[in-house]
Structure formats: C-alpha cells, structure tokens
Design a protein around this ligand. Structure first.
Ligand SMILES: *Cc1c(COP(=O)(O)O)cnc(C)c1O
Length: 405
C-alpha cells in the first residue's frame, strides 16, 4: 500500500518530466534523488547499489571525502571566465592530466563527443601542415562508439546511429576491431589517423588485443598516421591503469578523455603527444566558450589528487581478480550467461536466450543498478571505490535475477 502510494508519486514525477523533455531516451522508471558512497536513493527513499556509476562517470561514487568541498570552494571563487584569460584550476588540471598520461598538451572540452571532434581536427591539421593540402581520411572501427555530434557520429561504427543523419563527415573508412589485416586494407595515401577505443564500451565491452594495438601502432609509425585512442570510457583508472593503453606498452599520438575525468562535473579533454602538439592546432584553429572552465578543472584536479592520495588505480588492479571471479561464477552457474569479457572494473556479461533489458529491470527492482551494452551484454562499470562486500552483494542480486532461466 505504502509502496504503491510512493510509486504513484514517482510515476507523477516521470509523467511531468516527459511533458517537457524531448523523448530521446527510454528511461528506466525510477527517479533518483541522491547518492551516498556507492548507493543511490530514489525519491521514495529506496536504496540501490550502483554498478553503473552514471555510465562510468562517478568513479569516486557519491560525496567522496574532499571532492564536494573542493568544488564548493571553487564555486565561491569563480565558475567561469572564458578561455581568453588564465586561471589556476586549468593550469593544475592540465599539469596533472599530462603528468599521469605521459603526454604533452591538453585541450579541455565539455563532453566526450567534443573531445573526439577536437582529436579529429588535430589529426587533420597535422597532415595538412605536413603536406600543405587538405583531403584526408580517418580509419575507425566497426562497433565503435565515439559520440553523437556529427563528426563523432561519422566515426562511430554503428549504421543504425548514423543512417538518419547522412551525409555525415566524409573520408571515414571502417575496419574490424582486433583485425589488423582489415585495418591495413583501409589504409590509403590519404589516411591521417586511425581511431579506436582501447576497450570498446557501447559496442559490447571488447578489449583490444595486445598484438592488434601494437600492430596498429607500428603501422601508424611506418606511414606517419596518427593513432587516436578513445579513453573516454575505459580511462581514468577503470582498467587498473590511469589509461587503458598504458598496459599495452604503446602510446597514442592523441587520446580522448571524458566520463570519469571530472567524476560528475561535465568535462572532457583531448591530449596530444609532443609530435602531434608541435604541429597541429594553433590559435584560431579551435575553441570553446565553456571548455576547461575553473569549476570543471577544479574537479579534474581534485580527482587526480584523490586518485593519487588514495591509490585508486592500484586498488582497482588489486580487486579486479575478485570481481572477475564472482562474475565467472555467474557464467558457470547460469546457462543464459554465455561469457564474461572486460578489463578491470569495465566488465560485460554476455546474455543468451533472454532479453538483457528484462534482467536489468529485474535488477533495478531488487536494488541493483546495471546497464547494457550492444544488444546482449550486461555492462558493469561501478564506482572504482566498491568493496568486496559490494561485489558480493552485486553477484547475489544479479544471481536472483538470472536464476530460473
Ligand atoms: C560516452 C562515450 C563517448 C561520448 O561521450 P559524451 O560525453 O557522451 O559525448 C565517446 N566515446 C566513448 C568511448 C564513450 O564511451
């Protein structure tokens, strides 16, 4: 009775939202009101264990000690000043991003898709500077996801997302991820960049094979093609490294970040190595009004400080075998769970013979937030601060949703 009353309150909130917000998402029927640690609470006070983290954004969970305080402190000083002037937070955030990636120069954006736009422009400009003319091509991967703006959509390997908006940016060729020969087959004398996620996210949680990534790097070196790695979802500690490529012994010429970069504040970046930075975008080539504003950069800077002080990245690496073990137990126990794929705290369970959405909704009902990837994968991208107990609870709740099938 009580819960029905509250549900009707939640339903009313949902209806009110749909009255004014364009229906571009089939949202889950829940209204979240606040978060604490690794838990969310809906507007009727029901707790949920959060293994989605706002799509891999809330790497520190909610109200991590020191995070809110740093933001509030910055709000009291200055939120926005434009990129026409210097400020301390952008200097700090840039220094740390460059330091932890071992790259050379950063450009801050407001989102992931804008980071991709900037990376594409930087690669095109690099080739333009080298050869004195435009007309370059980019090789991107099938099943990739790089964002929804027109440029980022042009390099997203999902025809369903692209088709209604064509013609998009020209000069994009698609190859198969983890298939070096298919990449080589797309190289022409116009290729200026090869773009890929180090671990494909939306496409179904596929980590790059070592031989593939190393092979692409060698190919790029041989032909002076820039390697752009999209670390928007897999970066910022999620795989047990600050950036997923750091495990492979290769480095990109340009990398894109967003999602967990600000742990909740909208911010992205594209980061260039020395070679790309030295001969690409110059004053007049690129800009943004909001990008890298003091509030967003205070978040980035604080996130790096917390990650370093609390050793978040090595914690992920240490706890990964436990998470993998618990998920592998689900694969063994339930025939509808075909396999586990992933790296660190970016894991997917492949579901067979049952709609993934049904399992995700059942989990939500039981107080566990998980999301999907591709059409058949349960995606787990929890805050990086989950404990063994949280993992046990997740496995137990998920198991209740999988059993009987
Ligand atoms: C989410 C995502 C993007 C797009 O980021 P937005 O902030 O939604 O624009 C790009 N690439 C990858 C790999 C992503 O996961």
């Amino acid at each position: 009775m009580m819960s029905e009353l509250n549900n009707s309150k939640m339903q009313e909130q949902i209806n009110r939202t749909e009255e004014s917000i364009l229906h571009t998402y089939n949202r889950f029927p829940v209204v979240f009101e606040r978060g604490e640690g690794v838990h969310l609470y809906d507007s009727q006070g029901k707790p949920y264990l959060d293994f989605a983290a706002g799509i891999a954004v809330n790497a520190l969970g909610y109200h991590y000690p020191g995070y809110d305080e740093a933001l509030k402190n910055q709000i009291d000083k200055l939120i926005h000043i434009s990129n026409l002037y210097y400020n301390e937070p952008i200097s700090e955030a840039g220094k740390k991003l460059v330091q932890f990636s071992g790259m050379d120069k950063a450009f801050f954006t407001n989102s992931g898709t804008e980071a991709i736009e900037g990376a594409i422009k930087a690669a095109k400009k690099y080739a333009f500077n080298r050869d004195g003319h435009a007309g370059y091509e980019i090789i991107a991967m099938n099943s990739s996801f790089h964002g929804r703006s027109v440029g980022a959509l042009s390099v997203t390997g999902n025809a369903h997302y692209r088709e209604p908006f064509e013609p998009l940016m020209g000069g994009v060729r698609f190859a198969d991820f983890n298939d070096l020969d298919s990449v080589k087959a797309q190289v022409t004398d116009k290729t200026c960049a090869i773009l890929m996620e180090t671990v494909q996210g939306e496409g179904g949680i596929y980590p790059a094979d070592s031989a593939f990534l190393q092979g692409v790097r060698a190919l790029c070196d041989e032909k002076d093609i820039l390697l752009i790695l999209d670390e928007i979802q897999c970066g910022m500690g999620r795989t047990g490294y600050y950036f997923a490529w750091q495990k492979y012994g290769v480095s990109p010429d340009i990398m894109t970040c967003a999602k967990a970069l600000g742990c909740g504040v909208p911010v992205g970046a594209f980061v260039l190595n020395k070679k790309a930075a030295a001969s690409s975008l110059v004053p007049g080539d690129h800009g943004t009004t909001y990008g890298g504003n003091p509030l967003a950069c205070a978040a980035v800077s604080t996130v790096f400080d917390i990650f370093e002080k609390e050793q978040i990245v090595s914690y992920v690496r240490e706890l990964t075998p436990y998470l993998e073990k618990k998920l592998d137990e689900l694969v063994d126990a339930y025939p509808c769970v075909k396999e586990r794929r992933g790296a660190g705290f970016m894991q997917g369970l492949v579901i067979e013979g049952r709609p993934v959405g049904e399992i995700i909704r059942a989990a939500l009902d039981k107080g566990l937030v998980v999301i999907s990837a591709a059409t058949d994968v349960i995606r787990l991208v929890p805050p990086l601060v989950i404990t063994r107990t949280d993992i046990d609870e997740m496995a137990d709740l998920l198991s209740q949703c999988l059993c009987g099938h």
